[in-house]
Write a protein that binds this ligand. Structure first.
Ligand SMILES: Cc1cc2nc3c(=O)[nH]c(=O)nc-3n(C[C@H](O)[C@H](O)[C@H](O)COP(=O)(O)O)c2cc1C
Length: 149
């Protein structure tokens, strides 16, 4: 399968997932919000957590939205307040996943993502969901990506 991994990362965990999937042959696209989170950990969690709770869609820097030529799309998001991160909320509104094999990789401090999983089950009932606990700190978590191959 031709696989495209599209993801966002604020603090590098998503980048570790991207490296791993790239080694397995996936093409990689990273999206960047026009306005990044504050640098301070406290303010990043306060700001991002609040915005994720209200379902905010962060504006993104221009990126290639065409999914042509890929059979499988894997979306990677950090978990913010148990939900998708705001850049991924925007990304999901900008692409058409119809007819694609879809999977999500969610990375978080706890390794769980209850609200994001709820949304995926509702909007993408056939999508596979892989939840990783901070893979930059716990690289063994990357073994779970094997489920995709
Ligand atoms: C705004 C914000 C909210 C977060 N909320 C959660 C959360 O609800 N549950 C959790 O387990 N981790 C939470 N985290 C931790 C991140 O999801 C986790 O560290 C993730 O691996 C970061 O991915 P990244 O380095 O690619 O940005 C939060 C982090 C931020 C910045």
């Amino acid at each position: 399968m031709n696989t495209l991994f599209i993801y966002y990362s604020h603090s590098g965990n998503g980048d570790v997932v991207a490296e791993c999937l790239s080694e397995k042959g996936a093409e990689i696209r990273k999206v960047f919000p026009k306005k990044p989170l504050p640098k301070s950990f406290f303010w990043s969690v306060m700001t991002g957590g609040f915005l994720a709770t209200i379902g905010h869609k962060s504006k993104l820097l221009p990126w290639e939205t065409s999914l042509e030529g890929f059979d499988r799309i894997v979306i990677g998001s950090p978990v913010w307040n148990a939900r998708f991160s705001c850049p991924i909320n925007r990304l999901l509104s900008e692409i058409d996943l119809g007819g694609k094999d879809v999977a999500f990789v969610l990375y978080s401090g706890s390794g769980t993502a209850p609200k994001a999983a709820e949304r995926i089950a509702k909007e993408y009932p056939d999508a596979k969901i892989i939840c990783l606990k901070d893979p930059k700190k716990y690289p063994d978590e990357l073994a779970k990506l094997q489920e995709l191959f």
